[in-house]
Write a protein of this length. Structure first.
Length: 382
């Protein structure tokens, strides 16, 4: 079947097919099979393609769907085209553009760049960085967001990715229906002004302070309620529990769990080890970090300062059994890897610790109070 000849000023072909035909002097009749095959190959390309601005700004050639909170874009699969790139415009009312959206709070999105059909579109544009996830209410003058999306065939798998304060979910098999990719977003105000939104350039979430919380820093009090809300929001962190090697709940390892809790010496992590021991787990092993008792040392602490013991637990024991044996654990239950380390020997990072040039990634972390063996009574270590 022959394709109609492109007109100089009228309808357009996507992916620059019309411009290529003019630049290279192709004839107006495109019945040549070689030219048809070249056009099909360009349309089958999986690389991101530019979206026609005329279609986006005027909405002349795009079908329009309307976003409803809590409902999937069920009609999107009707626009999947095997041999061409069909674009669909979805209009999202301003009332749904908040972090209080139930689908956003439930992280109703699967994939990265390309998402499943049942992924919530508001959560997707927040994940991509078109719209800030921390906004609790939409701008007063905003009417809607018009998102241009491209329906695609289902993918073999969808990967998880943390971006812009949201972590998308992973899905290991092809889902039913279709998938889609967001091409452009435009914010439409109540007076008709259109503003094109840009995605976040790096896709990284805002860095949360791990040394001194924001409320401990010197700040000037103002009457701006939004500024106060931003300061509080900077310290809001995600707390994740994981089951350890004995199937007990521990904290997921983060820098916050091992970092200093303030600027005072009494709030330093090294000071915390005076009365507590730190246990860290990989997916197969458990390590213990404890302070060396000055009374049991060789008497050189006055010269070298405090020292710490880094040991590998021979067996992952339940917490009740560990408290019965005493914390820190007795020498017969651990393999002491380093008997006398200074605090500067530990280089903590977001995945674990670097000790003597060796990186050890951790999955879980747990602080517990030091105690004597149960047969000798309880109490903090001296």
């Amino acid at each position: 079947m022959k394709r109609a000849a492109p007109e100089p000023e009228g309808g357009h072909l996507q992916n620059g097919v019309k411009a290529q035909a003019i630049d290279h002097g192709y004839p107006s009749e495109t019945g040549n099979s070689e030219e048809d095959e070249r056009a099909r190959a360009m349309r089958r390309s999986s690389r991101p393609k530019p979206v026609p601005r005329r279609a986006m700004t005027r909405g002349e050639h795009l079908p329009v769907l309307y976003y409803k909170e809590g409902e999937r874009l069920s009609e999107l699969s009707n626009y999947v085209r095997e041999w061409e790139d069909q674009l669909v415009e979805v209009r999202i009312p301003a009332a749904s553009l908040t972090n209080g959206n139930r689908q956003v709070r439930a992280r109703q999105l699967w994939g990265n760049e390309i998402y499943t059909q049942d992924s919530d579109l508001v959560a997707v544009i927040m994940h991509l960085g078109y719209y800030n996830h921390s906004i609790a209410s939409p701008p007063a003058g905003a009417l809607e967001i018009r998102a241009v999306i491209q329906p695609l065939a289902p993918q073999k798998a969808y990967s998880s990715c943390p971006r812009n304060s949201i972590r998308s979910r992973a899905w290991g098999t092809a889902s039913e229906g279709c998938s889609y990719r967001v091409e452009r977003c435009i914010l439409v105000s109540k007076n008709g002004t259109q503003t094109e939104l840009e995605p976040s350039p790096d896709g990284a979430a805002t860095v949360v302070p791990t040394f001194a919380p924001a409320q401990h820093e010197r700040a000037m009090n103002t009457r701006s309620a939004s500024a106060a809300h931003d300061r509080r929001a900077r310290t809001v962190q995600e707390i994740t529990l994981q089951y350890n090697l004995c199937n007990e709940p521990w904290l997921k390892y983060t820098m916050t769990a091992v970092s200093d809790r303030g600027l005072k010496p009494s709030q330093w992590t090294s000071s915390r080890l005076h009365s507590e021991a730190l246990f860290l787990e990989t997916h197969q092993r458990r390590y213990e970090l404890s302070r060396v008792d000055p009374g049991a040392s060789s008497g050189n602490d006055a010269t070298h300062g405090e020292t710490y013991r880094w040991a590998l637990c021979k067996e992952a024991l339940p917490m009740t059994e560990m408290r019965r044996l005493g914390i820190p654990l007795p020498a017969k239950h651990v393999d002491v890897l380093h008997a006398s380390l200074s605090w500067e020997d530990f280089q903590w990072c977001n995945i674990g610790v670097i000790l003597k040039g060796k990186a050890i990634p951790f999955a879980r972390v747990h602080w517990t109070t030091c105690c004597r063996p149960r047969g000798e009574g309880h109490g903090s270590a001296p």
